[in-house]
Design a protein around this ligand. Structure first.
Ligand SMILES: Nc1nc2c(ncn2[C@@H]2O[C@H](COP(=O)(O)OP(=O)(O)OP(=O)(O)O)[C@@H](O)[C@H]2O)c(=O)[nH]1
Ligand SMILES: [Mg+2]
Length: 179
């Protein structure tokens, strides 16, 4: 009965699903958050602390936290992890030099005790830039295929135009409704 009730609440939109967006500085996290919300590219400046917005996708409510990615802020990412159902790692697909750093951050988050039941979504952002890495290249470098502990998905996108982001929201919705 309890299970049925919580399922119905999720379907009818009463439950709020927590999502955390992390990634290195300049990856495009804030641009993505506001593209989700307004379907437009907004002007951003580096995030100090976090932004939070509620986004409703066909009756499914997400509470989405966008956290600053500058080096001195990364240690605080884990203070946002409690009760997170989906963690989004945004990768700047033009930033080949810091891909190893992204890999380290990814494997740290996979090991975090508060994210053991979270699903992981990697966004290969800035696909509009010529010469950017493809989602397949990023997937290979981050060794996504080796992840067995968490459901994961990678999506190519462009936060300026919104390309790839509706598919992202569909995936997020299907994940939380399946739980
Ligand atoms: N060409 C291109 N630029 C993008 C894209 N997404 C974001 N940007 C630009 O990248 C810069 C950084 O974007 P932000 O959204 O502020 O990055 P952030 O990840 O929130 O950065 P921090 O808050 O410092 O962690 C801005 O100049 C954006 O306009 C994209 O898909 N393509
Ligand atoms: Mg930001």
């Amino acid at each position: 009965m309890g299970f049925l009730l919580s399922k119905m609440m999720a379907v009818f939109g009463d439950k709020e699903h927590k999502v955390v967006i992390i990634g290195l500085d300049n990856a495009g996290k804030t641009t993505i958050l506001y593209q989700f919300l307004t379907k437009e590219a907004v002007h951003t400046s580096p995030t100090i602390g976090s932004n939070v917005e509620e986004i409703i996708v066909r009756n499914t409510h997400f509470l989405i936290w966008d956290i600053g990615g500058q080096e001195n802020l990364r240690a605080s990412w884990n203070s946002y992890y409690c009760n997170t159902e989906i963690v989004i790692l945004v990768v700047d697909s033009t930033d080949r030099e810091r891909l190893t750093l992204n890999k380290e951050e990814l494997h740290q988050l996979l090991a975090h005790e508060n994210l053991q039941s979270a699903a992981v979504l990697v966004l290969a952002n800035k696909q509009d830039v010529k010469g950017s890495m493809t989602a397949a290249e990023i997937s290979h470098c981050l060794t996504l295929n080796s992840i067995k502990s968490h459901p994961w998905h990678i999506q190519a996108c462009c936060a300026l135009t919104g390309e790839g982001l509706p598919a992202t929201l569909d995936w997020m919705r299907s994940k939380v409704l399946a739980n």
